[in-house]
Each structure stands twice: as structure tokens, then as C-alpha cells.
Design a protein around this ligand. Structure first.
Ligand SMILES: Cc1cc2nc3c(=O)[nH]c(=O)nc-3n(C[C@H](O)[C@H](O)[C@H](O)COP(=O)(O)OP(=O)(O)OC[C@H]3O[C@@H](n4cnc5c(N)ncnc54)[C@H](O)[C@@H]3O)c2cc1C
Length: 407
């Protein structure tokens, strides 16, 4: 590996770890990126074909700004690499209850940030998107600069780029660098981590970006603060020959109803045509997800058999919203997991036992889009170029809030 910067080992090659490694390398660090099963594998929280990118974040101006910054970085990266990572196809927001406070709070913030949006009546939306039913919809806002991230391809591309730019990318499972349950000692310097196959990875700085594996890996520190939850996703085939269901005709949609439900239309053209596309996967049909937090889930041993009740609920919803999808064949089902913090915001902090060990995670169901900006922050912190951000530190949680979840 070339360069004279510090040696940094990044463990975990999901959205947070991959981007952290890439920015570290670009800032001159000698980077090793390690993942137990490879970048963006199907059981990682970053796994699967697609993710939603949006900047509309209710009243959370900081989250909006972070997402806008990440969008710039996604677009720059795909231009730089000539690989399609992002499709700016818009996100259609709908409210189906009387509560439109999330949208109401967001719109002035979007105005301030110069981010475009378009309000339309449900009747106008029904004309524009004739495969959708809007009978129960009260308010509609289109966020045209939002869209679809090609998730697995992005993870693979970022990891590959770390290697292309002179970093080292390894497959291997890191072990806890100290004895589990050992009494907490004063902060010490960590010299190396050992991989399960016995390899020893020496570095000056370590980043642990283990997604939903973080709380089991650091149970004393994170056991009460990051909660992995089971999330089921279902993709249904759209009618053959009806091109109104593709992402060039239909935006991603989000229904702010009793729970937040969302759908991502097929991106088949992106997957078939773009350079560097080694990926296939559930990219043709309509992907459906419900953001309501599922039960606690172990990302290593959890049963990933699709849930029949979840499939029925998905069908019931989709047949209302997309009448032509009534009785649509199930194309694929995936059990993923969120890794939720009490306030659903990310975690970027030093481990109190080792000043050179930074933890990055807590994506809480919305972290993928912000891989680029969070990774940039991680790189700057590790290299001493920026301080820790109090918004992402562990100390922000009041003791009472250990089990919360949120929107
Ligand atoms: C169903 C679902 C839908 C989502 N939708 C969206 C969305 O639309 N928009 C959005 O922005 N976000 C979304 N998210 C959230 C987003 O995908 C996650 O927040 C983000 O991908 C988390 O990335 P990560 O790098 O923290 O974790 P991960 O992607 O899980 O990466 C962690 C990596 O660490 C590795 N690892 C773990 N332990 C070890 C070890 N001991 N040694 C070596 N490697 C190890 C794992 O193999 C894994 O690859 C969604 C998540 C899910 C599950």
C-alpha cells in the first residue's frame, strides 16, 4: 500500500465503513478495509438492490443538510467512476391521516436550502401517475431531486475503489480486541485486532462500522443503545408489458400514514445497462417496506424466513394503492434489519477504552443515503481534522431513553 499517512483499519464494509475507508484513503491514510462477508452482502443492513435517497426530513434541518451534502457526493462519485449509483427519479410523499406536520415542518426548510419540491392535489397526482390510487390521500408533495440508490452495487463499487486507490480490502472476521466482560479500564491505545483465522491487523487507528453487529460486539458499551430490529421487504412483480411501473415513469413513494410505508419501483434498466453492473437482484418489481420497527433481531442467527402475515399486509396495502398489483406474484422477500438508536440518529464516537478506536453506526433505517457524508466525517475525525460531532456522540442519550424508537 502506498503513502506515508497513518495506518487505519476499517472493520465493516457497509455504507458507513466503505465510505469511511474511501475518504480516509483519499485523505492520505494507509487503509485496510475488512469485512466478514464482503461489501454489501445480503445480510448486512446495506444489502439488497436499492435504497431511498431523500432530503425531506420533517423538522430535522441537520438531517436534511446531511442528506443534501451526501447527494452531492453520490453524484460526484458516480460521475467520477462512470458507474451508475444514483437515479434521481423523485420521491412522492403522501399523507393519509389528518396529520401533515412532518411535511409542513419540512417545506420551509427545503425552501431555505434551495431544494425543490412540488405540491399537487391528489387528483393531479392521480392524473400524473395513473397506476396509483389516491382516494384516501390528503396531501401530496413531490421531491424531484430525491431518488433511488443502487445499494449493493454502491457498496461493491466503493470497496473496489478503496483497492483501486491503493488501499487493501480483505475478507475476515475481526475479534473483540479485549476479553468480553473485562472490567472497564482507563482508555488505552489499541495496537492490533486479530481476525478469526489468526491474521493480525496492526494499525494506528481503528474504525468499527459493524452496523447491526455493533451491540453484540461491544455489549458493555452499546448493548443498551443500538437495537437491531427485524424488517421484512417484499417485491411483487408488476404486470408484464405495462411500462408505467418502471422508475422512469413512477417515483419512489412514501405514505406517512399510521406507519410509514414506502415503495421503490423497478430499476431494471439501470441494472441491465450500466457499466460495471455485476448485480442482478430484486430490481424489476415493486419493492414494498413498512418502516414500523419490527421485533428484536440477531443479524447472525435470526431466522430470515419471510413472514406470511407481513406478506399479507404488504399485499393488502399495495392492492389499495396500486389496483393492478392485486394478486401480483411475489418476486422476492428479504429479511433485513435496522440498527436503531434511541433517537434514531447515527452514532460516531470513540470507544472509552481505546482513544484510537472510533465507532460508526446506528443507521436506524435511514443511514444508507448518508454513507458519503458520515464517512467523510469519520475520516476527518480519525485524522484529527475535525472534532467529534456532539449530535452523534453516545453521551447524548439520557439514561431513561435506552429503549426508544421513532420515525
Ligand atoms: C430494510 C431496510 C431498508 C432501508 N431503507 C433505507 C433507505 O431507504 N434509505 C436509507 O438511507 N437507509 C435505509 N436503510 C438503512 C441503511 O441501509 C443502513 O442504515 C445502513 O446500510 C447501515 O450501514 P452500516 O455500514 O452501518 O451497516 P452494514 O451495512 O450492516 O455493514 C456492517 C458490516 O460489518 C460487517 N461486520 C460485522 N461484524 C464484523 C466483524 N466482527 N468483522 C468484520 N466485519 C464485520 C458486516 O459483515 C457488514 O458488512 C434501510 C435498512 C433496511 C434494513
Amino acid at each position: 500500500m502506498s503513502g506515508v499517512g497513518p495506518r487505519v483499519a476499517v472493520i465493516g464494509a457497509g455504507a458507513f465503513g466503505g465510505w469511511s475507508a474511501l475518504w480516509l484513503r483519499r485523505r492520505g491514510a494507509r487503509v485496510t478495509l475488512v469485512d466478514a462477508r464482503g461489501a454489501g452482502h445480503i445480510h448486512a443492513s446495506s444489502g439488497g438492490a436499492t435504497r431511498v435517497n431523500r432530503a425531506l426530513y420533517g423538522s430535522n434541518a441537520a438531517a436534511m443538510r446531511l442528506a443534501i451534502r451526501s447527494t452531492v457526493l453520490w453524484k460526484e462519485e458516480q460521475k467520477r467512476l462512470g458507474v451508475e449509483l444514483y437515479r434521481e427519479r423523485g420521491v412522492l410523499w403522501m399523507t393519509t391521516t389528518g396529520d401533515d406536520s412532518y411535511l409542513r415542518a419540512a417545506l420551509p426548510l427545503l425552501d431555505e436550502a434551495g431544494r425543490r419540491y412540488e405540491e399537487m392535489t391528489p387528483a393531479a397526482a392521480a392524473k400524473r401517475y395513473p397506476v396509483m390510487a389516491f382516494d384516501d390521500v390528503r396531501r401530496v408533495v413531490l421531491e424531484p431531486q430525491a431518488g433511488i440508490l443502487l445499494a449493493r452495487r454502491a457498496c461493491e463499487t466503493v470497496a473496489r475503489q478503496v483497492a483501486v486507490e491503493g488501499g487493501t480490502v480483505l475478507e475476515g472476521e475481526a475479534l473483540l480486541p479485549w476479553k468480553d466482560g473485562e472490567a472497564r479500564t482507563r482508555s488505552a491505545h489499541l495496537d492490533a485486532v486479530t481476525l478469526r483465522d489468526g491474521r493480525r491487523l496492526e494499525a494506528d487507528q481503528f474504525v468499527f462500522a459493524l452496523g447491526p453487529w455493533l451491540p453484540a460486539f461491544f455489549p458493555d458499551l452499546l448493548g443498551g443503545w443500538i437495537r437491531p430490529t427485524r424488517q421484512d421487504l417484499f417485491t411483487f412483480s408488476t404486470p408484464s408489458g405495462d411500462d408505467r411501473f418502471g422508475d422512469d415513469r413512477l417515483p419512489t413513494w412514501i405514505d406517512l400514514g399510521e406507519s410509514l410505508r414506502y415503495g421503490i419501483p423497478g430499476t431494471a434498466a439501470a441494472h441491465a445497462g450500466a457499466a460495471g453492473a455485476a448485480d442482478a437482484g430484486p430490481a424489476r418489481g415493486m419493492k414494498f417496506g413498512d418502516d414500523a420497527r419490527g421485533p428484536g433481531f440477531d443479524p447472525t442467527t435470526g431466522d430470515r424466513t419471510p413472514d406470511a402475515a407481513g406478506e399479507r399486509a404488504a399485499r393488502a396495502y399495495l392492492s389499495r394503492r396500486f389496483p393492478r398489483l392485486t394478486d401480483a406474484p411475489l418476486e422476492s422477500a428479504q429479511v433485513c434489519q435496522y440498527e436503531c438508536t434511541p433517537d434514531n440518529q447515527y452514532l460516531v464516537d470513540r470507544h472509552p477504552r481505546a482513544a484510537n478506536l472510533l465507532i460508526a453506526g446506528g443507521g436506524s433505517g435511514h443511514g444508507f443515503k448518508n454513507g458519503p457524508a458520515v464517512g467523510d466525517l469519520v475520516a476527518a475525525i480519525v485524522l484529527g481534522q475535525r472534532p467529534l460531532d456532539p449530535a452523534f456522540r453516545l453521551g447524548r442519550f439520557p439514561d431513561a431513553a435506552k429503549d426508544g424508537s421513532g420515525t
